[in-house]
Every structure is written in structure tokens, then in C-alpha cells.
Design a protein around this ligand. Structure first.
Ligand code: P5A
Length: 452
């Protein structure tokens, strides 16, 4: 992309309504624009990041054997009356009446709708196990939407639902989700710690939230410091291997880690004092096992091996896709701006032309642009007739992980400058060596593909 042809409305001023770094930087970098309280438009740069996050989520869901689909944002109130949640859900539910007087709602989650699909089409235990998921906008009429996309009213969520014959099978689905979530967050450059939590309006007793530690997080968390040394890393896992998934669950959940809702002071005091941590975290996902809470009242049964109907065991599993854009920035920025992890960066490499209009400099930039594109990477070429300082500030603000600076003086010596946004380190290299080095860096990165 050439910056002269792009739409990147960066702000010079720090917006006064933004209280935390990610909100401030998303507004300043021209990623989002508020459309209403807790409702945002995703401008081109923000949209690219959102899509990258979404595509990583899709790829990891499919790797775990889960099936993508798409359900609508509007749902019929009648389904929620069947489960009993229409009245229980309270003021967070946005209720709508259509011209026929029918009660609708903007879905805050989809347990009822997916259970209705399941009961209409699945009749035998032989069709199980099954996990369906989608990535779709949700609406929760939060009393205090804040921090930009972190606590929105409209937000983008991946929500998946498992259907199993037995509790044991459903707990394997729970473990499978835990494993795939660990992998998902690490691919985005995040450490998200599973913590025992409360199930709230979704229900059930088994639930873990995934928290990214950050001072600006909304949840208070209590944990054993040892848990922060755990990495999922690049291990290969067979998602059908129950013992392997169970072992990962045990590894990542055996140490004390809880949100304030389930915190137990006595158990916490058992941890050696120097390992006890009280901190704050951003909830980027949650997994639930709730058994037959929805299948029983809604009649989602299958014929079991003995011919008798059995209510299926279910769980649901959510990732805050739009919230993740903010969480990644909270975890990765400095006073100049965002520092994108390579895997979610909106552009992989920035090219800064120090003397636009100088034919040699222009053609060196064009050659780098073509070479990067040929590697399958997306460069952002700042080809505007602007001062170097302004160009650098923009690249730093929007967080492009690598920058190539091209000017007549360097070219005379056969070099350009390669700068790492994260470390700030500079290196003078020939254009060919620069491309080679970038290729080597990105060969190590599991970049998202084009989604489903
Ligand atoms: C699991 C999937 C559920 O709704 N039903 C379907 C279950 N879980 S949850 O924990 O309530 O939400 C899942 C994730 O969505 C994100 N999230 C939000 N993101 C931005 N703004 C909000 N207001 C908001 N509410 C929830 C969180 O990341 C949460 O973990």
C-alpha cells in the first residue's frame, strides 16, 4: 500500500476521552472512530488488525477440528423464553420489537440459537462429538462502556459450542478449547493465563477465563508467579488425544490462579509468600462446561447407543476478538506508539522515502516494495512529500514492526537502513541483504492466512 493512496487519519492531539494507552493509540493511529457509546467503526488500519486476529482464531479453531458457520446478530426472543434466560439476562440485553410486534433481541451470545439448530438437525449419538463456532458481532448494553473496544457495547466475538454424548466427552471438548486458546493467544504474541472464574449468566460450574496481565485490566487477579513461566510454545498436539489435552490442562491450571470472583484467601496463603501475586488482567476469553443447562429445557436430545433419548452435554467457549486488538496494544506499546507483534501487524514493513521525487531514491523504494510483495509480505510505503521526522513518527505511532529508510546519501554508499520498531536498533545493509534479512525474520512467523 502506498500511503499517498491510503486512508490513515492519524490524530496529532491525544483525545481527551481516552483513559488508557490502547484506546488513545487506536484513536491516534486512525484505527477506530466512535460511532456511539461503546460502538465503533473500524477504519482501514484497524480493520486489517481485526481481520488478522480473526484469521488466527479461525485457523486455530479449525486446527482443533471445530466447524465454522455464521449465525445472525438478531435473534427471536421465543428461543430465550424456552431456556428461561429472556427474563434472567436483564438490562444488558438489547430488546427490539419489529413492525409485526414480534420480540427480537441483538444477540449477546448464542447458546439458544445454536441449540435450536442442533435439535433440528442432529438426532443420533453417531453424529457426535461436534463443535460449531462462528465469529460474529454481539451486543451487550453495558452500563459503563469504556476503554474503547475493550468494553464495548457492540463487540466481535468468536463463540463456539460443543455437543457431546457424555460429560466425559464434553470435558474433553473443554480441554481441547483450553489447549487451542493457549496456542491462539501465543500466536498473537500474548501470554493469556487461564484462571478459575465465575460463570455468570452463561451457567455451569466449570469455567476458566484467560487473562492478559496489564495494569489497566478491569479484573483483579490472584496467582502463583510460577504460572507466568509456562509457555505452550511450538509443541504439536493431537486434539483427539484425550490424555494429551488433559495433561496440558493440568499443567496450566494446577497452580493457583483465580479472578476476584472465585478468590480463596486461605488457599492463596498456602503459596510461598514470594510467589504470591495480586495484579490486574484483561479477560480475552472464557470457556464453560454447563452440561444439559440448555439441551434439557430446549429438548436437544440424541438417540443414545441403547436407543433411548439423551440430552446432550454442552459447553461454550468465547474469545473477545475485538477486545484483543486493545489487549495486544496494552501489552505492546511505548511512548511513541504501538508495537505490533509481526503476526497481527497491519503492514509488515514500512518503507520511508527520505527524498520523494529523487528518481534514484524513488526507484530504490519501488524495488524494495516489489521485492517485499514478492515475499508475500505487505509493505506500507510512505511516498508522501513530507518531512522525514513526520514520516518516522507516523510509522512509530502505527506500530509497523520493521522500517526501511531510503535516502540519497545511503544509496550513494549502496545501503539503506533497517530499523526494528521493538528494539529501536538500526542497521545499514544493501537493499538485497535487507530483503534477505526480512525474509528470514518472517520465515519464523506463523502469519495468518486469508481466513475461512
Ligand atoms: C462463551 C461463548 C460467553 O459469552 N457464550 C458464548 C460464552 N462468554 S463471555 O465470557 O461472556 O464472553 C466471551 C469473551 O468476549 C469478550 N467480551 C467483550 N469484549 C468487548 N466488550 C465487551 N463488552 C465484552 N464482553 C465480553 C471477552 O473477551 C470475553 O472473554
Amino acid at each position: 500500500m502506498r500511503l499517498s493512496r491510503y486512508f490513515l487519519p492519524v490524530l496529532k492531539e491525544t483525545p481527551s476521552e481516552a483513559q488508557i494507552a490502547s484506546h488513545r493509540l487506536m484513536l491516534r493511529a486512525g484505527m477506530i472512530k466512535q460511532a456511539g457509546a461503546g460502538i465503533y467503526s473500524w477504519l482501514p488500519l484497524g480493520f486489517k488488525v481485526l481481520r488478522n486476529i480473526e484469521n488466527i482464531v479461525h485457523e486455530e479453531q479449525r486446527r482443533a477440528g471445530h466447524i465454522p458457520m455464521l449465525m445472525p446478530t438478531l435473534q427471536s426472543a421465543d428461543l430465550w423464553r424456552e431456556s428461561g434466560r429472556y427474563d434472567d439476562y436483564g438490562e444488558e440485553m438489547l430488546r427490539i420489537t419489529d413492525r409485526q410486534g414480534r420480540d427480537l433481541l441483538y444477540g449477546p451470545t448464542n447458546e439458544e440459537l445454536i441449540t435450536d439448530i442442533f435439535r433440528a438437525h442432529v438426532g443420533s449419538y453417531k453424529d457426535l462429538p461436534m463443535t460449531l463456532y462462528h465469529i460474529q458481532w454481539k451486543f451487550r448494553d453495558e452500563i459503563r462502556p469504556r476503554f474503547g473496544v475493550m468494553r464495548g457495547r457492540e463487540f466481535y466475538m468468536k463463540d463456539g459450542y460443543n455437543f457431546d454424548l457424555t460429560k466425559e466427552d464434553a470435558l474433553h471438548a473443554y480441554n481441547r478449547h483450553l489447549v487451542s486458546y493457549l496456542r491462539t493467544y501465543e500466536r498473537m504474541g500474548l501470554q493469556a493465563i487461564p484462571m478459575r472464574a465465575d460463570s455468570g449468566p452463561i451457567g455451569g460450574d466449570d469455567t476458566h477465563e484467560f487473562l492478559v496481565l496489564a495494569e489497566t485490566g478491569e479484573s483483579e487477579v490472584f496467582y502463583d508467579k510460577e504460572i507466568t513461566d509456562l509457555k505452550f510454545g511450538d509443541r504439536e498436539i493431537d486434539y483427539d488425544d484425550r490424555a494429551a489435552c488433559q495433561a496440558v490442562l493440568e499443567e496450566f491450571t494446577s497452580r493457583y490462579a483465580r479472578t476476584d470472583e472465585t478468590h480463596d484467601e486461605q488457599a492463596f496463603d498456602q503459596i510461598p509468600e514470594d510467589r504470591r501475586r495480586v495484579a490486574r488482567g484483561i479477560e480475552v476469553g472464557q470457556i464453560f462446561y454447563f452440561g444439559t443447562k440448555y439441551s434439557e429445557p430446549m429438548g436437544a436430545t440424541v438417540q443414545g447407543p441403547d436407543g433411548k433419548p439423551v440430552a446432550v452435554h454442552m459447553g461454550s467457549h468465547g474469545i473477545g476478538v475485538s477486545r484483543l486488538a486493545g489487549a495486544i496494544i496494552e501489552a505492546s506499546h511505548d511512548d511513541k506508539g504501538i508495537i505490533w507483534p509481526e503476526a497481527v501487524a497491519p503492514f509488515h514493513v514500512g518503507i520511508v522515502n527520505l527524498k520523494q521525487g529523487d528518481s534514484e531514491t524513488d526507484s530504490a523504494c519501488e524495488a524494495l516494495y516489489s521485492a517485499l510483495t514478492a515475499l508475500g509480505l505487505e509493505p506500507l510505503y510512505d511516498d508522501r512529500d513530507e518531512r522525514a521526522g513526520g514520516k518516522f513518527a507516523t510509522m512509530d505511532l502505527i506500530g509497523i514492526p520493521w522500517r526501511i529508510t531510503v535516502g540519497p546519501r545511503g544509496l550513494k554508499n549502496g545501503v539503506v537502513e533497517l530499523t526494528s520498531r521493538r528494539s529501536g536498533e538500526n542497521e545499514e545493509l544493501s537493499p538485497e541483504d535487507t530483503i534477505e534479512k526480512i525474509a528470514a525474520i518472517f520465515a519464523e512467523v506463523d502469519l495468518p492466512g486469508k481466513g475461512v
